[in-house]
Design a protein around this ligand. Structure first.
Ligand SMILES: [Zn+2]
Ligand SMILES: [Zn+2]
Length: 89
């Protein structure tokens, strides 16, 4: 089960979707901890050097902060800025 948050950036007003969790059993959504880029990750894949490195120099993780794709601001209070939530599986 995964969740898509419809978030509105409090800084620039950009509306964007932020996917979290896993859909199919083996697929997990990771985000870069520095730029917020999204990556689908197969949990059963062996991690080799560089797999979880983002081209910006950050690394992909499942607990990266929600970040605006436009102005790159970290959304500190996600709940206050969520406009809609949809679940998927
Ligand atoms: Zn990055
Ligand atoms: Zn923004």
């Amino acid at each position: 089960m995964g969740t898509t948050l419809g978030v509105k950036c409090p800084k620039c007003g950009k509306q964007f979707e932020w996917n979290t969790g896993s859909g199919f059993l083996e697929i997990e959504i990771l985000h870069c901890d520095k730029c917020g880029r999204e990556k689908e990750w197969n949990k059963f894949d062996e991690v080799t050097d560089g797999d979880l490195d983002c081209q910006c120099g950050g690394c992909f993780t499942d607990d990266a902060p929600v970040r605006c794709p436009k102005c790159k601001a970290v959304i500190e209070d996600v709940e206050a800025n969520v406009e809609n939530i949809s679940m998927w599986d």
